[in-house]
Each structure stands twice: as structure tokens, then as C-alpha cells.
Ligand binder design. Sequence first.
Ligand SMILES: Nc1ncnc2c1ncn2[C@@H]1O[C@H](COP(=O)(O)OP(=O)(O)OP(=O)(O)O)[C@@H](O)[C@H]1O
Ligand SMILES: [Mg+2]
Length: 487
Amino acid sequence: MQNVLGSFGRSRARRYQPSGDRVTFADVAGIDEAKAELAEVVDFLRHPDKYRKLGGRIPHGVLLSGLPGTGKTLLARAVAGEADVPFFSMAASEFVEAIVGVGASRVRDLFTQAKEAAPAIVFIDELDAIGRSRTSGVAGFSGGNDEREQTLNQILTEMDGFDSSTSVIVIGATNRPDVLDQALLRPGRFDRRIAVQPPDRAGREAILKVHTRGVPLGPDVDLGRIAATTPGMVGADLANLVNEAALLAARRNHQVVDESDFTDALERIVLGAERQVMMSVEDRRRTAYHEAGHAIVGMLTEGADPVRKVSIIPRGVALGVTFAAPESDRFNYREPEVHAKINVALGGRAAEEVVFGETSTGAESDIQQLTEIARQMVGRWGMSSAIGPVAVIPRDGQGPFLPGAAEVSPHTQQLVDDEVRRIVDEAHDDVVALLRENRSKLDALATALLEHETLDEEDVYAAAGVERAAKPPADSYAAAAHTRVDG
Ligand SMILES: Nc1ncnc2c1ncn2[C@@H]1O[C@H](COP(=O)(O)OP(=O)(O)OP(=O)(O)O)[C@@H](O)[C@H]1O
Ligand SMILES: [Mg+2]
């Protein structure tokens, strides 16, 4: 029985004892740079005297930043496990409660506990929930609420209060390092910053190895191949993939998890689960032409990613899906490739126009996607000669104040809008012309889709009668659901 009022303000930090289900570096894979940097922190915690003797100042704060699911929380726990020290963890959002003062007192309490248990680790997850820059926000409004600010100030005070003999290391994690208050990043606070990058192909294979340790795998399972077909996936996605494959295998009464379980699990994750809906004959026909339009444009446009799969089985919110993915991880796209993405996105709607003489609501997400790409081309990537290489769209989280490229005049804004429109209009004309010229291919592919519902890479090209460009063998089923176009 807990006295609710009495425990008011008490830290709700969860304490992980070094024993128990201990996480170590062996559980973390594919992010070796971050691991190497943290190995140093582990050494500080294990042998603080070694460093103090030489007058070194032990770091107080380490900030892990990286996309969701890359393994930041896991890494922090692994540091505690490796160093064999208590681990106090708390999500910053838990600090922030409606009643002013509670957050700050929780922070005080958390640090008191940690100092008593030192050497120890304090882990503050989702640091950006309290550590957002106090000056950001729209001019004229006070930045954020008092509670957040008091909590943040208390963290800063606690960290400043560490003397050289305090063996408490604060690890913070965020996926928005760009919005953090500068005060948090000053020397003596979170002055070590470690970027946790999404894993590359070898890294993905290593992560799959970790997560299949306790999973009986069929002899046909090739983790290297799965890694090759999952560009863009991070640790959490891969852990999920292994789990889905295992569940699928169980449902199918398999004795081991085999290749087909992985392939189907991946398809489910990437394309969404199939959905039972009644579609009218007319809707099916329209969907078939819509998807065939994406695919034909994808196959016939220079610089477009190869088409891997086309399906008119409804999944998630989509009636159909055309799935294209590059041969390997992409970090950078050339201008023609970006144009190709816009063209492919327009292909579905354009096919409806060409075939039915009218469009439907089915193109909504395509339109969103291609408009966004066109805006980035003009406003961030300098791919419009009218604007030139000037950043006029603020990056996410920087609000209206973009350092160095601040205010955008109404004139420039108009120019951006005009350029976006021009790019999309030109692409639209090209795509409609392309589909008119290749109407027979479009018809053939749509017919094949109506018959088979789902076509794999080879069958798509065969049905449309398009020669596949010579490509490296195998690895054909790639699963980059979100071939990212940013940065
Ligand atoms: N590098 C990795 N190696 C092994 N497993 C990983 C890795 N990254 C993530 N995972 C798996 O995904 C799960 C979730 O990862 P984690 O919570 O550490 O991500 P995160 O970076 O903290 O994400 P968020 O920003 O959403 O909090 C882990 O518990 C683990 O199972
Ligand atoms: Mg996390």
C-alpha cells in the first residue's frame, strides 16, 4: 500500500541492479562507433582512480542521439551492465507533471539516490521533452512552461554540483538533439555527444545474429541476405522482424523458423498486413491501373529505383502498393533520381487520367509525397535555378528562425511556390506522355495484376514486356519501405 500523497515528488526512477536480466555490450550490435566511445565510460566507472590520479576530470554527462529504435536505451543499459554499477533510469516526460515543482523535486531525489549508490549511472531518456531550447518558439510567446524549465534547471544544478570525486555519470538520450537547450551541452554537463547511427548492411547482419541467438533457424535462412534486403531498418525494426518471423513459424506449425517465414514477415512489415475488403469490379480495375501506372513509370524512367513488387491486395489503408527499392543503402540522391521519384509518384494518378479520363481520391498520399519532394528540391537541396543553392525551408525543429538563412521574404516564398508548381507540372506532362506512348504495356500489366493480384519483380517486368536493365544478381527482394530522400 503506497501512501500516494506521502510519495509525492519521490523519484519514480527505476533502479536496475547489476544482477538480474543484465544487458551487456554483447546484446548491442551494428553500432560499433558508439559502443567504442561508451567503452571508455565503462572504464571510468570501473576504475575511477586510474583517471583521477592523473588529474583527469571524469565526464559527467554523455548524450546519445540518434533515430528512434537505433539502440540508445539499450546502449545505456549495457553500459551499466558492463560497468557493474546501479542504473537509475527515468524518462524526461515523467518529470513533467502538471504541478509545478514536482519535476524538480523528483530530479533532486533521483540524483540523491544515485550519489548514495555511486559509482552509478543516471539515465534520462527523451531528454528533449524537458531540454528543449528555452529560446525557441515563436517570438512573443514565452518558451514552454514553468515546470519544464524548473526541471531542466534542477538537472543543470545537479550536474554542476558534481565534484571531481562524484562517480555518477548521467547518460541522456534524444532523437532531437537539434532542439536541445545550449545550456545542457556546455562543458561539465552533456559535453560528450555520441551519435548513434542507423546500422549499415554488416551492422544489420550483426543485429540479426544477436536477436536470433535463441531462435532455431532453418538451414535455408541466410541472415546476410536478409540484412541486404532491409536497408533503412534500425535495431528495433530488425528485432521486430525476427519476432514476427518466429510468430509466423509457430502459427504455421513449423519446427524451425525458415526462409519463407522471414520473407513473409518482412512483406507484412513493409507492405502492411493484408486486409479483407470487398472491392467493386470497377474499383479493382482502377486500382490495377493506378499501381500499373506507378510501376510502368518506375520501369521506364532513368534513375528510378527498380520495381520489386506490385500488388492490388488491400493492405493497411492502401488499396494497392507498388514497391521499389534500390540495390543497396542510399545516402545521397542525384537530381535526376529525385525527379524520377516525383515521376513515379505521379504515375498512378496519371494512369487513371489516361485510362479513365478522370482521377480519384486514391492518389492522396502520392500527392503529399511528391509535393514534399518538390518542396525540398527547391527549398533545401538547391535544385531549382530560380532559387539557387539557398536554404529557404527551415529544417525540422528549427522553427521559423533558421540560422544563416533566416527570414524568407514573401517574394521568395512566392518563387518557391511557383517553382514547386513548375516542377510538378512538367513532371505530370512527361508522365502522361510516357504512359500514352506505352499504353499497351500499361494495359498488359494491369490485366496481369487483375488476374494474379500480386506480382514479383520478375513477373512485373515480364508482364509489362519491359527488359530489365542488367543488374547484380540475387538480393532481388529488397525491403527499403522508406527509401529515404532526406539529406
Ligand atoms: N544496435 C542494436 N543491437 C541489438 N538490438 C537492438 C539495437 N538497436 C535496437 N535494438 C532492439 O530494439 C529495441 C529498442 O531499442 P531502444 O529502445 O534501445 O531504441 P532507442 O534508440 O532508445 O529508441 P527511442 O529513440 O525510440 O527511445 C531494443 O530493446 C533491442 O531489442
Ligand atoms: Mg529509447
